[in-house]
Design a protein around this ligand. Structure first.
Ligand code: DC
Length: 226
C-alpha cells in the first residue's frame, strides 16, 4: 500500500479534532471520517422517530431497522456522507438538540458494536484518518499513528460558541460550558470504550495553537506505510 495508512485522532468535544483531521486529510491526500457523526446520526434518528434516547432497547431496535452507513467522499461538504437507511443527513447532525442527547446513545454497547463494525470496514478498504473517542483504543488499535488531542475547557467553550454563532445558534456561555463538561463526564466514565488516550498515542494540547500548527505537528508524526 502506498502513502499513509490509518491515522487515529481522538479527544474530547471541542478539542478541534474534526477540523484538524479534515485539514490533515486534505494535506496528505487521504480520506477522512468523523465517527462522531455516526453516533449523532443515531441520536437524530431517535429524536425524529420520537424514540426516547434513554430507552436503550428502543434506540438499538431503531438503529438496526434504519442502519447508519457512511461513505467517505472528499468532494462532499463534510468530507463524508452519512445515511440512515435511504435518508441522508447533513449539517443538522451538529445541531444543539443532537449534541444534548448524543452521549446517551453513544454509551450503548449495542449501538457502539454496530458503528465500530462499519468503521473497521471503511478502514479495511484503505487509508483513512478517523476522528473520534475510541479510534486508537478500540476501532483501530494497530493504527501506526495515534493522536490524542486536548484543549482547555475554556478554549473548547469559546470554539464551540463561535461555531454555533456562525450557524446562527445562540447559546449562553455557562450553559454551553455545563453541557461540554457533562459530555466529557459521560464520554469518559461510560463502561464501554470510554474516552481515553491509547498507551501509544501522542498527546497534543491544541490550546492557543492554530489549526495549521496542529496539522503540521501531526503531519510530521504521521508515518507513511512502507
Ligand atoms: O465528536 P462529537 O462531539 O461529534 O461526538 C458526538 C458524541 O459521540 C460524543 O458524545 C462522543 C461520541 N463518540 C463516541 O463515543 N465515539 C466515537 N468514536 C466518536 C464519538
Amino acid at each position: 500500500m502506498d502513502g499513509y495508512a490509518h491515522i487515529a485522532i481522538d479527544g474530547p468535544a471541542g478539542s478541534g479534532k474534526t477540523t484538524v483531521a479534515h485539514a490533515l486529510a486534505r494535506r496528505l491526500g487521504v480520506l477522512y471520517l468523523d465517527t462522531g457523526a455516526m453516533y449523532r446520526a443515531v441520536a437524530l434518528l431517535s429524536l425524529r422517530a420520537r424514540v426516547d434516547p434513554h430507552d436503550e432497547s428502543a434506540v438499538l431496535t431503531l438503529a438496526r431497522e434504519r442502519p447508519i452507513h457512511v461513505s467517505v467522499d472528499e468532494s462532499s461538504p463534510l468530507g463524508f456522507r452519512v445515511f440512515a437507511g435511504e435518508h441522508e443527513f447533513g449539517g443538522e447532525l451538529y445541531g444543539n438538540d443532537v449534541s444534548r442527547v448524543v452521549s446517551v446513545v453513544a454509551a450503548y454497547p449495542g449501538v457502539r458494536a454496530l458503528m465500530v463494525e462499519r468503521q473497521r470496514a471503511i478502514a479495511d478498504a484503505g487509508p483513512v484518518i478517523m476522528a473520534g473517542r475510541d479510534i486508537g483504543t478500540v476501532v483501530l488499535p494497530k493504527a501506526p499513528t495515534k493522536i490524542f488531542l486536548t484543549a482547555s475547557v475554556e478554549e473548547r467553550v469559546e470554539r464551540r460558541l463561535a461555531e454555533l454563532a456562525a450557524r446562527g445558534n445562540d447559546v449562553s456561555r455557562p450553559a454551553l460550558r455545563a453541557e461540554i463538561e457533562e459530555r466529557d463526564r459521560l464520554d469518559a466514565t461510560r463502561a464501554t470504550a470510554p474516552l481515553r488516550a491509547a498507551a501509544d498515542a501522542v498527546e497534543i494540547d491544541s490550546s492557543g495553537a492554530t489549526i495549521d500548527e496542529v496539522v503540521e505537528r501531526i503531519a510530521a508524526l504521521a508515518r507513511p506505510q512502507a
